[in-house]
Design a protein around this ligand. Structure first.
Ligand SMILES: [Zn+2]
Length: 359
């Protein structure tokens, strides 16, 4: 019988004290192991979007908790991210610690180049890869680096003062005095082993033509060799004669009266002042002698044009919004950052301008 044994009671009390002391120490250590960083006014949320909430992951450099970084955030962690992206050739903008469209484009390009999900969010997997020795630098030929960041001081006529692509459609006609910036003659300017220019007189803005050539060279590296540009810059006068010809065709071939022929023609030909071709940054890209839709060229462009700063301007599922029947061949230069964002968010230009009217 041990009941009431004073030695046993003393042992039990000592054990209890030691146990409580250990529990207190462990409790104090727990917050250090699970430190959670939230910015000043942030509210914790299981699925943070577009806000200031930072989700805790592990910093690959120090092994301590670090946040996922995404558009709209700012601070030293973003600065660090930009520096690393810059060192690898993905980021060409200012090191300002602001996660803007340039940083987004750089993160997305890095993810794509490194076989990660290209969601533009620098989460744990992306950061681990980015800061590791095995991070792949940007191939110098993949994307024209100078176009990754929209620069509000560019002041080119085909962009707004905020660096957004200028919207031209039926309700947003171009000003009568619209002046192109720097037109080049495609036949003289472009390498004829890369692209055939259907009409010798075709002109377009130099910047867009440079981007086009980078894109088509990349396509050729993927084995898609034959390319043609069948339309580029058009003046208001050329646009008018295109429309007149189309109206005439409907009147003669379909026996429509003038008013109905005009309505029919306007389904596919824009009125003067409302065609993007007057900007000089659009190309009708085709294959000589065949219908473009469904060709390997069409399939390649649909998938890759965004990474070279071009958008499929009139997609099938946006006809009601653009007001144009789908055009598989019409590509508009907007710059890499905008193009990738439009692709990722599945927006046509009208929707994009509405959503991001100001950066
Ligand atoms: Zn076109």
């Amino acid at each position: 019988m041990h009941r009431g044994n004073p030695k046993a009671m003393l042992g039990l009390i000592v054990c209890l004290i030691l146990f409580i002391a250990a529990a207190v120490l462990l409790f104090q250590a727990v917050p250090l192991l699970n430190e959670v960083h939230l910015t000043a006014n942030a509210t914790p949320s299981p699925t943070p979007v577009w806000g200031n909430v930072m989700v805790v992951t592990v910093d690959p450099a120090s092994g301590t908790p670090a946040p996922s970084l995404r558009s709209g955030q700012s601070g030293d962690a973003v600065l660090n991210l930009q520096s690393r992206l810059k060192a690898l050739g993905y980021y060409t903008g200012e090191l300002d610690g602001q996660f803007g469209p340039g940083t987004l484009a750089a993160v997305t390009a890095f993810q794509r180049e490194n076989g990660l999900e290209a969601d533009g969010i620098a989460g744990p997997e992306t950061q681990t890869k980015l800061f590791s020795a095995s991070a792949r630098a940007l191939m110098s030929t993949a994307v024209p680096a100078a176009t990754l960041t929209p620069d509000p001081n560019r002041n080119v006529p085909y962009e707004t003062s905020d660096g957004l692509p200028l919207l031209v459609n039926r309700s947003h006609p171009l000003a009568d005095n619209y002046q192109p910036l720097d037109l080049v003659n495609l036949s003289k300017y472009c390498d004829s082993s890369v692209v055939r220019i259907k009409y010798d007189s075709s002109m377009a803005e130099r910047e867009a033509v440079d981007a086009l050539m980078v894109m088509l060279r990349a396509a050729q590296r993927d084995g898609i060799m034959i390319w043609q540009v069948s339309s580029a810059y058009r003046t208001a006068r050329e646009q008018q004669s295109l429309l007149d010809n189309e109206i005439k065709k409907y009147m003669e071939e379909n026996k429509l009266d003038a008013q109905n022929a005009r309505s029919a023609a306007l389904q596919t030909v824009a009125e003067p002042g409302t065609s993007e071709h007057q900007l000089g940054v659009c190309f009708d890209i085709t294959v000589p002698g065949v219908s473009f839709k469904g060709t390997s060229q069409h399939n390649w462009l649909k998938e890759h044009c965004w990474d070279y700063g071009f958008i499929l301007r009139y997609p099938e599922d946006k006809e009601k919004i653009t007001g144009f029947l789908a055009e598989a061949w019409h590509y508009r230069w907007v710059g890499v950052a905008h193009a990738q964002r439009m692709r990722d968010e599945k927006l046509c230009l009208e929707e994009y301008i509405q959503r991001y009217g100001t950066w």
